[in-house]
Design a protein around this ligand. Structure first.
Ligand SMILES: [Zn+2]
Length: 597
């Protein structure tokens, strides 16, 4: 019997005893959660515990936060701390601080208590359960001290759930070995970088080439049957099907990064399938379809300014003129390819286009890059659509005049107009669920404080879950723009830069993800993807569906703070395993329908 089955069958008092202390001095959470027995899995129990806290009153939530001990310094070992907490804090050596570290922690801790009125709570075992360093703890405390109270209240509850998750795992579950391997693969891959103290890997740089070689070695060690680096630098690993001519399931993500990136954007979608194939290879299991994993060489577009080279080649829509694109040093893409030992010809890139008839579809795993899953206490979510988008360059033209003599009402100030337009867009996008508007001052023209600025330029990006909502938002924006500029005496030119349509993920593949999540005891949550991913491009040639993995730290991405836990990574591996099993079953039933055996 599995530990969860034992818990399901135990008497109430025995079950309470098993789970007592998961939440610091707050066993009322356990009591309420146990009313929902039986649980399908440990993950289902965890989600129920979170829901109990979510549904509790604000006073109960605050009492839960206040029931936690403050982080302790070298001398202040408090014997009143619950035994679990004491172990967790010793693990990372908080009782062995240097005097400077001790002072930092002590001062920050005091400031935190004064500002928020509750203790700073951090799951000190960290996302890999090896323990955070003292410096990481001080950094987290410093950063969170600047948060608004409401955000921090929520963050504390998330940290409390993380602490409870790890305690529960120790008592009921196996450690997340498979998630730890995914974590470690991402960690070792992040050793290659163009910049000494940050992760930056741009297309075809030496660090990028080193990454490609590293991924080859990961594929080989995991037990893929073949591994190649193709004409664009994509690394392709294939795990063969049971029968030679069977179709393949395509999956993967990119290994290039933005400047000063996080370690999981793109790479998680490579490391999870590697772990899935590792599991299959270790048990000698072959599926009725093959698995082809692509580590795409170029998605971010940092070096040549254009995104999705890798998936465009596979989807058969790589544009010939891209080979002439130049980087900031004047190097053309085709020459950069040749310098990296690749052919650099159009024919070699066009030959990478996949024949859709040989594939069952494309699935992609990615860190959410947002906070929806985290806010809802969910490890995984199924992407249903990719947002439609619209991009503009806006140029505002007013009148330069002396700032110390021109009365406020007579000014034609483009900075004030830009600010009003930005706020109007914020209000418009906030009115509709899932709509987003972002504004960046495109060129900050050089002004002195003694001149009213007469020219401002803005980049504007609008996103909506479908084309109709995007068009509605666009029309409202144009109306507001016209009104604001007329009132302020500002002329403008609005130039459309790009427009993309919303893309729906394949229903059948989404259903397979849903079946997989349900089997794991995870609640179903469908969400649109705000960011673009390879799946959106692959949609042009085959059915596709994506699975999002929860991000920590409010879902921050394109930033070193980007983080997810090895438990959530393990959940993604388990979901992918189940997805493959379900896909195999559905193929078998299709064969029965078609009279094959
Ligand atoms: Zn990215």
């Amino acid at each position: 019997m599995s530990p969860i089955e034992v818990l399901n069958r135990a008497s109430l008092s025995q079950a309470l005893k098993t789970l007592a202390g998961l939440y610091e001095h707050s066993d009322w959470i356990i009591q309420r959660a146990l009313a929902y027995r039986p649980f399908v899995s440990v993950a289902a129990l965890q989600h129920t515990l979170q829901k109990v806290v979510q549904q509790a009153s604000q006073d109960e939530q605050l009492a839960l936060i206040r029931a936690h001990p403050a982080l302790i310094g070298k001398i202040k070992i408090d014997t009143s701390i619950a035994p679990d907490s004491q172990n967790e804090q010793s693990l990372i050596g908080l009782d062995r601080c240097s005097p400077a570290e001790y002072r930092s922690l002590d001062e920050l801790n005091d400031a935190y208590n004064k500002k928020f009125g509750w203790p700073f709570i951090l799951a000190v075992k960290g996302p890999r359960t090896k323990g955070l360093t003292r410096l990481q703890i001080i950094d987290a405390l410093t950063r969170r001290l600047t948060s608004p109270s409401q955000t921090e209240f929520h963050e504390c509850l998330l940290q409390i759930h993380r602490i409870a998750q790890l305690r529960l795992q120790e008592r009921l579950d196996e450690p997340s070995i498979r998630g730890q391997r995914v974590w470690d693969d991402c960690e070792t891959l992040a050793q290659h970088s163009e910049a000494p103290d940050q992760l930056t890997v741009t297309f075809l740089s030496p660090a990028h080439r080193a990454c490609a070689r590293h991924i080859v070695s990961l594929f080989e060690a995991a037990g893929f049957d073949s591994t190649t680096i193709d004409a664009l630098g994509n690394v392709v690993g294939r795990y063969a099907p049971k029968q030679q001519d069977a179709p393949y399931l395509l999956t993967g993500s990119h290994y290039d990064t933005v400047k000063n990136a996080g370690k999981y954007d793109g790479r998680l979608g490579i490391a999870v399938p590697i772990e899935v194939v590792r599991g299959l290879a270790q048990s000698g299991k072959r599926l009725p379809f093959g698995i082809e994993v692509i580590a795409f060489a170029a998605e971010e577009g940092v070096r040549f300014g254009t995104t999705f080279f890798g998936s465009s080649a596979l989807a058969g829509c790589f544009q010939a003129q891209w080979l002439a694109l130049r980087d900031s040093q004047g190097v053309a893409l085709q020459d950069a390819l040749k310098a990296a030992g690749l052919p650099g010809s159009l024919a070699s890139v066009q030959a990478l286009a996949r024949d859709p008839k040989r594939y069952l579809g494309f699935v992609q795993i990615a860190i959410e890059q947002g906070a929806v899953l985290s806010h809802n206490g969910l490890a995984l979510g199924i992407v249903n659509t990719f947002n439609a988008s619209m991009r503009y360059q806006l140029r505002l033209i007013g009148q330069a005049s002396h700032a110390w003599t021109t009365p406020m009402r007579e000014r034609r100030d483009t900075v004030c107009a830009a600010a009003e337009i930005t706020l109007a867009l914020e209000a418009l996008a906030s009115q509709t669920a899932h709509c987003l508007a972002s504004v960046v001052p495109y060129s900050a023209l050089d002004y002195n404080l003694n001149t009213v600025p007469d020219v401002s330029q803005l980049s504007i990006d609008l996103r909506a879950p479908n084309n109709a909502k995007r068009d509605e938002l666009t029309a409202q924006f144009k109306q507001a723009l016209g009104q604001i500029c007329q009132r302020r005496g500002i002329a403008y030119s609005l130039c459309e830069v790009s427009q993309t349509s919303a893309v729906s993920c394949d229903q059948t593949l989404q259903r397979l993800w849903a079946t997989a999540l349900t089997a794991l005891g995870l609640p179903l949550w469908h969400l649109p993807s705000g960011a673009d991913h390879e799946a959106m491009n692959m949609h042009k040639c085959m059915p596709q569906a994506m699975l999002f993995v929860r991000g920590e730290s409010q879902g921050i991405s394109h930033n070193p703070l980007e983080s997810t836990t090895c438990e959530d990574m393990a959940m993604a591996v388990a979901a992918f395993d189940k997805f493959c099993d379900e896909l195999a079953l559905s193929l078998a039933s299709m064969e029965i329908v078609h009279g094959k055996t």
